[in-house]
Design a protein. Structure first.
Lengths: 195, 212
């Protein structure tokens, strides 16, 4: 089946920022898309922000790109059920969060049975980052449990509301509050040193 | 969200955005997505179904299934039908056995011409253990002797065929025969074996009668 690109008239403007995407502005986009057009349009608007979000969750850019690409493929398969850009974007976020969680779960199993030298190589990669603040925060964030890291990233990077975080993580708003509070309490010592 | 953490929230937000801005995804992401979609459609979609080898394989599988059904269905139907007959079989299978006593009842199958023979017959029917199936019906005849069995077995079998008592475990019909025996054998207390033997030796027609 040929993969069609959206019409030029209906193409989204390229100057849409990631913040707007994160806040769910896809509702302004024309709805009469088929699955291929929806993939193309949502890719141009959301791909970069989703990759960055996934990279903050999985701490690996290549893996983050795979996660987001698989999410787009899944969205293409589910487009007959979605048929709405807002639902599609919500579906993409949920899919990215869930697949990032799966990647981390798989990675934990792999690292459990891997030789001991592997984590040191990753920390050396992180040690190449110049800025001390970013390095310290990212390292501290990487040491948090998965749910706490997801809640903090979705709140402080994607600027999601509690409801959006709850929707993306598939948990209640109370659980979002709990994870956020515990994550910030765990980061407090690092952040106090930096502030 | 409330904000005991907002004092550190800005710091965290700044750090995360700085980290994320350094991440630049590869430019060929859309091509990869398209190739993955096409691969998925090729693997699981209509294109996969219409591939060159799938349709002949599907046709062969359907033909094989139909052949199996055509071969295995008639025996299965026969088995089901015969199973249905077996549930009603007892009412059908017994009549041939019961027909013999009924015909014997209308035409006396006793080969013995006189009442003497009939008086001898009870003694013969007193020896059921030799005949299969009548072992349980021994109770009505207290004067049974084992020596009587051999000479009168033919008569016993014939009488049983006439009364329909040759079915194993069937004790309903021997009871009247036993009562006959007691009434008729009471006048002649002599052993029935000798009486049977003498009567059969005196009258040769008696021996010819059972065979006919």
């Amino acid at each position: 089946m040929p993969f069609r690109k959206p019409d030029d008239e209906g193409a989204r403007p390229t100057d849409v920022t990631e913040t707007l995407v994160a806040r769910g502005t896809a509702g302004a986009v024309a709805i009469a898309w088929d699955a291929d057009q929806a993939v193309t349009a949502l890719y141009s608007a959301n791909y970069r922000s989703l990759v960055r979000l996934a990279a903050l969750l999985v701490r690996d850019v290549a893996t983050a790109e795979e996660v987001v690409q698989d999410s787009f493929v899944a969205m293409h398969g589910a487009w007959r059920r979605l048929r709405d850009p807002d639902k599609a974007l919500s579906y993409l976020r949920q899919s990215v969060v869930n697949r990032s969680r799966s990647v981390l779960r798989h990675r934990a199993v792999v690292e459990k049975y891997a030789p001991k030298g592997l984590p040191d190589a990753q920390s050396a990669e992180h040690g190449a980052i110049v800025e001390l603040e970013r390095t310290a925060v990212v390292q501290a964030l990487g040491g948090l449990p998965t749910r706490q890291r997801e809640a903090l990233v979705l709140r402080y990077y994607a600027d999601f509301s509690e409801a959006e975080i709850a929707n993306a993580m598939g948990i209640s708003r109370g659980a979002v509050k709990s994870h956020t509070a515990r994550g910030m309490a765990a980061l407090r010592s690092v952040l106090e040193q930096l502030s | 969200m409330t904000d005991p953490f907002d004092e550190y929230g800005d710091l965290l937000r700044r750090a995360l955005h700085t980290e994320a801005d350094g991440i630049m995804p590869a430019p060929d992401g859309l091509d990869r997505i398209r190739s993955k979609i096409e691969e998925r459609q090729r693997r699981f979609g209509w294109n996969w179904f219409t591939a060159s080898w799938v349709r002949p394989a599907t046709a062969a599988g359907i033909a094989l299934g139909l052949t199996f059904l055509a071969v295995s269905a008639p025996p299965a139907i026969q088995q089901i039908t015969s199973a249905g007959d077996q549930t009603t079989a007892p009412s059908r299978s017994t009549p041939p056995v019961s027909e013999v006593p009924s015909s014997g009842g209308s035409q006396p199958a006793l080969p013995y011409p006189g009442s003497q023979a009939s008086s001898q017959r009870p003694s013969a029917s007193q020896v059921p253990p030799s005949v299969s199936g009548t072992a349980l019906c021994r109770t009505p005849t207290p004067g049974t002797s084992s020596g009587v069995t051999a000479p009168t077995s033919a008569a016993t079998t014939d009488k049983k065929a006439a009364t329909g008592t040759d079915r194993p475990g069937h004790c309903s019909t021997p009871t009247p025969t036993a009562s006959k025996t007691t009434t008729s054998s009471s006048p002649s207390p002599s052993p029935s074996a000798s009486a049977t033997a003498s009567s059969s030796s005196e009258n040769p027609a008696v021996q010819a009668q059972p065979s006919s």
